[in-house]
Design a binder for this molecule. Sequence first.
Ligand SMILES: [Zn+2]
Length: 106
Amino acid sequence: MKNVKCMKVNFNEIKSSIDLAATIAAIEGQPLVYHGEKRAYLDDKSCPFCPGSGFTIHLDSQHYHCYSCEAHGDVIDYVFYAENTVDRYEAALMLRDGKIGVACFS
Ligand SMILES: [Zn+2]
């Protein structure tokens, strides 16, 4: 029998109300280094997904991109891959329910 998910989650609302940079800092347990108003990096300049060092958080578009491994996505994608959730729905639920340790923008 198929596992039916009946609770609606508004992905766009989550993406627009939860800060990607704060989420990444919370998950990785590292402060971020800000480069102007548009970019941020992990403190050790590492990429969470590869041994390379091209991981960049684009603050204006709320996306991350790694120029070494081409990892790319939004805040829900990040939680999906970094926390190994079953799917993006579960990642969205974790964010919505405050399980990542970041709060929605007030
Ligand atoms: Zn990478």
